[in-house]
Design a protein around this ligand. Sequence first.
Ligand SMILES: [Zn+2]
Length: 107
Amino acid sequence: MTDNTHNTPNTNPRDQRLMEIKRSRNRLFVCFSTLPVYMYAVSQVLDNGNSSNVIMFTYMALYAGFGVNASVKRCPDCHQQYFVKKYFLNPFRSQCAHCGLSMHPKG
Ligand SMILES: [Zn+2]
């Protein structure tokens, strides 16, 4: 049973943790959404006869950074990794991979 005696959204640490989880997921999605820009940039660089390694590594590092950032986020309830069940990061879930806690607080 949850304690609903005080209805104060975003002020308790549990909700703040959930907000943080949501933000880290959003960053990952923003990164996904820049993929066409990245492809365009790489094609431009290749057309000009330059190496695209720098862009590729930068992009991969960005992905890895956001991915790690999301994967280390822990559920405020069960303290397991929120997006990771076994070895796979699944940023599309909006519930804890372990206890099913939703990242959208009810109210
Ligand atoms: Zn959980």
